[in-house]
Design a protein around this ligand. Sequence first.
Ligand SMILES: [Zn+2]
Length: 205
Amino acid sequence: MKLSEPATHRGGLSGAPDAGMVSCQWWPEAKRIPSSNRDARPAGLVPDLIVIHAISLPPGEFGGPFIAQLFTNSLDPNEHPSFAEIAALRVSAHVVIARDGQALQFVPFDERAWHAGVSSWRGRERCNDFSIGIELEGCDALPFTATQYVVLGRLIRWLRDRFPRLSGEHALAGHSDIAPGRKTDPGPFFDWALLAAHLDGSAKA
Ligand SMILES: [Zn+2]
């Protein structure tokens, strides 16, 4: 891990001797790349929704550094024609899961990441207030990788252990569910049944 980070955040996997000292706001499996595109949640609010997104930069291309650059306000608008109109956006997600399964975390879970935009879920607006945003590297036109489902399932189970309200019946949604007509991600290839199988343990790892 290249980033320097506070010792209290350098947690091992669960079960490590210092597990009790580890903040539950950073997933130990994720590489930390703190973003300034975050702020406090409304007082007393704990997350009760996970929003699944998909992103690829440039659109349809995988493996570059550009998603992390976008989420840390360091994307070069001249790097690709499609970047000019997004480079100035101030956006982030809590976690990005790349095609190879590598997880990057940009915002601690107790803070608000700027991923949902104008949104509404079951009568509540401003979903950033009460949600955790997870981006899968992907697009509307291709399946996600098997490894991404494995890692996503592991992350959601870890989150549910720490934020019990994330186990609720309506605690999982796609960006397209909370911003219908405006957003299409994670798209038609996202396999909700396969995710469910990973969450209930019926999928083979
Ligand atoms: Zn999205």
